[in-house]
Ligand binder design. Structure first.
Ligand code: CDT
Length: 344
């Protein structure tokens, strides 16, 4: 067995008035609880550190406070005073962390490019060993104009990710794992004996089979994904669809679970899917934080829409069975018939 205890660190609502310090304190509390339960990997939501600001139409200067600035000449997000304390706490507890945040990447000409990003901090290495920028940005560039329309302005505030789907290894996460090259490009490893192979997605990405598959082809064993998903469905004009709030939320939840469970199975990996939930200043987000097994079933699920730790001990050996039978990609895939998938 290759056992590792992991935690989905669900966060309840983060309101506009909540300070960065308030949120960090809540995250520390979850990390401390995780440590008491022997957790080695803690996964936080998308845009974990602030409210889900793409629901608001904001001016340039109002946007600044939601972003963490990265100056590549000085290092990455680990240098940001807003986030550094989280990694310091994780280091002291010996816990790896996935966290989503709004990245403002400074360019050499003084301009900046903004992304909806996540990083993977390795406590063993005391550094960030994985970075991802959300590829599938939902919503629109221009705000919906109809009165009362719900806004989803991720396409306005972020550039689509430019890093692709780079799997990476988490050194030291599993005891006794064989030391392997931790940053090799396009890792595929059918031995199932090395340091765990990790992939990261962000929210809407989890609905896209292509994203999972690109990771699956690299031998991914654990997929980490944080999300902020509205608890109702909207029409193209931004209005809630005509159904009861309960039915609408049930449908949103059903699609969330289908995406995570189906894609975990089809790529023979565990997935840790973590909500920011509750109602942020009256705007409801679904819960449904789940840890999913490679066979597709839910191992553990959140019970609340508050800050909540969902813990499971998983055995990465469970990935091997499917990876060496039904989903032995090298034996059964037929890429010669898949061309059109990249042509349109
Ligand atoms: N944050 C984010 O990506 N939210 C989207 C809402 C799109 S509408 C279904 C999501 O896929 O959950």
């Amino acid at each position: 067995p290759r056992l590792v205890t992991v935690a989905a660190c669900q966060l309840g609502a983060v309101h506009l008035a909540d300070s960065r310090q308030d949120v960090l304190k809540r995250m520390f509390s979850l990390l401390d609880q995780a440590s008491e339960q022997g957790v080695k990997l803690a996964v936080f939501p998308e845009l974990a550190l602030t409210t889900f600001f793409p629901r608001y139409l904001l001016k340039e200067e109002e946007l600044d406070k939601y972003f963490d600035v990265e100056d590549p000449s000085k290092g990455g997000i680990e240098q940001s005073p807003n986030v550094k304390p989280l990694f310091e706490r994780a280091k002291s507890l010996g816990i790896d962390v996935y966290v989503g945040y709004a990245e403002r990447s400074l360019q050499s000409d003084g301009s900046h490019i903004d992304y909806n990003s996540s990083v993977y901090y390795s406590a063993h290495e005391n550094k960030i060993v994985g970075k991802y920028r959300k590829v599938h940005l939902p919503g629109s560039v221009e705000p919906k104009t109809e009165p009362g329309a719900y806004q989803q302005l991720e396409k306005r505030y972020f550039r689509p990710g430019d890093l692709g789907f780079p799997a990476f290894r988490a050194p030291g996460l599993v005891e006794g794992a064989l030391k392997k090259n931790s940053q090799s490009d396009g890792i595929q490893d059918s031995t199932g004996k090395g340091d765990p192979i990790i992939g990261m997605l962000i929210c809407n990405d989890r609905r896209w089979a292509e994203a999972w598959r690109v990771y699956g082809l690299q031998g991914m064993e654990i997929l980490c994904c944080g999300y902020n998903t509205t608890a109702f469905q909207t029409t193209s004009s931004g209005h809630a669809v005509d159904m009861s709030p309960e039915d609408a939320e049930d449908l949103v939840m059903q699609h969330h679970k289908l995406s995570c469970q189906g894609n975990s199975y089809m790529n023979a990996c565990f997935s840790i899917n973590v909500a920011k939930t509750g109602a942020e200043d009256g705007n409801p987000l679904v819960g449904g934080t789940i840890i999913v097994h490679p066979l597709g079933h839910i191992i553990k699920e959140a019970k609340t829409k508050e800050d909540e730790l969902v813990v499971a001990t998983i055995d990465l050996a469970d990935c091997v069975r499917l990876k060496s039978t039904v989903f032995a990609f090298e034996k059964h895939r037929r890429p010669e018939h898949y061309h059109s998938i990249i042509e349109r």
